[in-house]
Write a protein that binds this ligand. Sequence first.
Ligand code: A3D
Length: 320
Amino acid sequence: MARPKIALIGAGQIGGTLAHLAAVKELGDVVLFDIAEGTPQGKALDIAESGPSAKFDGSFKGTNDYADIAGADVCIVTAGVPRKPGMSRDDLLGINLKVMKSVGEGIAAHAPNAFVICITNPLDAMVWALREFSGLPAEKVCGMAGVLDSARFRHFLADEFNVSMRDVTAFVLGGHGDTMVPLTRYSTVAGIPLPDLVDMGWTTQEKLDAIVQRTRDGGAEIVGLLKTGSAFYAPATSAIEMAEAYLKDQKRLLPCAAYVDGAYGLDGFYVGVPTIIGAGGIERVVEIKMNKDEQAMFDKSVDAVKGLVSACKGIDSSLS
Ligand code: A3D
């Protein structure tokens, strides 16, 4: 059986890391696409040359021609610009919206059957625009954010409790922005919810609140340290987890930016929710019960995403 084909649209920091992870995990043949000449070709060759030592097989091609993504099973989109210190994700909207138009058209023309994972920021608005521009079925287009935000939350919790991150599960919903909603009630250490761990004296409510805030600021913390761009190792690893769930029909329950129409009282736009990812793409949006406070945080986050989608419509009249 032929190896799956994975197209990476954008060969920058995240794109290159995605290619390397896909190679090491032997997920399939990789095509790296970018408008920058030489960058995707150089990264593809460099990764291919690591194969003999790392012991993976696969074909790695760098290209500036959309025709080379033809028939891709998965497309992961990082094309665009990242944040610099002092910028919010929303500051990227105007530039990256134009990029989503060309990427959406490229995917529609050459890889219309792919499962598409968008990473470009501001995530919830860009994945919505990418779906609109590509015209692909909504269940085949999603955004990576919740897996990363939950991973950051899990890392901070594992550190606080001095336990393996394997035993920490966490839930972060809503938009991928300052209003994201880390849900402590649904986050556990080996099944023990965080509020119970506070009662058990494992941590204090103040420390837990600080971890929740650090999770919300997780992207900015890395931008502040790197100064020249944003996080790439953890974002790439998170998207690969989603791609693997699709390619191997794992039916993973992962939080991601999915098209929500009906659930959560929403009518047809993208926001971070729990989903099942399998061979059908986003096979199911899982609707969980929220208490009053959680619902209020979620609603605020949804309003922020709605504002960004309206801004996109204001910039590109074909989206209205
Ligand atoms: P970077 O290293 O700058 O790579 C972006 C690449 O996109 C560059 O190589 C550009 O040449 C390329 N590019 C620009 N325009 C086009 C185009 N029209 N077609 C094809 N390629 C193009 O950035 P990065 O890899 O660090 O980040 C990529 C995106 O991911 C940015 O928008 C970040 O803000 C975003 N990001 C999202 C998260 C989430 O959790 C959602 C996390 C981290 C970064």
